[in-house]
Design a protein around this ligand. Sequence first.
Ligand code: SAH
Ligand code: SF4
Ligand code: F3S
Length: 474
Amino acid sequence: MKVYIRTYGCQMNDRDSENIAAEFVERGWEVTEDETKADAVIVNTCSVREQAEIKAIGKLGNVIKWRKSQGANFLPVVGVTGCMAQNLGPKLVKILPDLDFIAGARKTHKVADIAIEYYNKRMAGVRKPELKKGEKRTPATSDALVDVSDDLTSHLYIKKHLEKTGAKQVCALVSIMQGCQMNCSYCIVPKVRGVQRSRPADDIVDEVKTLAERGVKEVTLLGQVVNAFGRENAQKEKTSEFVRLLQKINDVDGVERIRFTSPHPAFFRDDLIEAYGSLEKLCEYVHLPLQSGSDRVLKEMRRPYRAEQFLRIVEKLRARSGRMSISTDVIVGYPGETDEDFEETRRIFRASGFDMAFIFKYSPRAGTLSAERPDDIPEDVKEARNKILLRDLEKQSLAFNNALIGTTQQILVEARAKRGENMFMGRTRTHRKVVFKGDESLVGRLLDVKIKAATVSALDAQLGPDFEAERGAE
Ligand code: SAH
Ligand code: SF4
Ligand code: F3S
């Protein structure tokens, strides 16, 4: 039997999907990339902006339409999980009564069992309630299971990884916690993912060791507020739990690189800044969400820091390591955002020198504090502000990349590149994508390469003469 999994949203969702896939494999199923061959289709969803929900509902609608075209055996099983499933719950049965199940974001560890139960039922001849000719399915004739109940133990289950067959696995995601303890006015994540729950550190270290034994060289630790790891249990610690975890992972043999996402400025303390340079595996790249550069807006957003404090973290990081790369998230068009507020954001954006950023147009989410206010910034103003920041970003990004031309950079070779035969891709410690001509034996290796050319999004490189000589001698 085969399962097809489609994922929307953030890396935590990517990681949850991998866990779901591993649960299926444990039960004797295969993962397929071809949804037309699947016996179960799982859509793992996001709720963070309205557009994310629209996309997922569209996708599910198409899958169901396709299933209907295949006859009346109700296969593949179609299930939805993740944040939108949690957010909409029974409302999804109204929108898509043909679904088989809706399992919330705190139930992803149950998805494989629920789907397989439906599959077995269908194979045993159990059909959905019969419809009269021309009658449309409604919630009354739906047999969709809805499970969006809370589960405060769900974080303990996100530790299964797929063992890759064929290609070497070089990088892995590791979710170290679930939920969020913050209260940002615009954000639906705390509602859908629940309160912050950190996994036991030893469990995480064991997971990383297992990955390293399988050949994984780079781990990215994930959490909504990753640097608040463990804080729900120990508020007043001297060295943060998160830094202690980084230290332990730095000691794992075989791991060459450590990254994490996303830290919160409010918990970015000096011990974390000092970890750069003292933990040799910790890469010089930080994704630090700014959201707004206007103190007035930050306050309304309930982000507990001010623009100058944000800049100070950036300065300290840059002082610690000259080649630090910093990226961010910004929301434009928050209710009441004036031209002056936006100019402040632009100022902090430039002063921080971000070389990557995700810029989002504000999207009101029912159930959040800011959704009670009118969404009063017109779409064309949001769009214009979005474009201005993107243009600023492009300049900053290109400048960062251009400055690397002619230098030698260490890259970790990740995989074959899409661009052309014998082309491979890796990343610098600063997370810049590098494309070069090589061969399969290089995947998983740390190499020094010479940067030849740059665009906004990638660098072209050549293997250094030392490496060519080494290969010649092999
Ligand atoms: N936990 C992370 C962010 C998770 S959501 C953090 O706090 O940094 C990813 C990004 O989506 C956020 O950083 C924010 O920029 C954006 N976002 C969240 N809610 C939004 C909304 N209602 N409208 C537009 N963008 C939003
Ligand atoms: Fe959302 Fe704020 Fe939590 Fe990030 S820190 S997930 S933006 S509530
Ligand atoms: Fe989206 Fe849920 Fe991630 S709302 S951004 S998938 S935590």
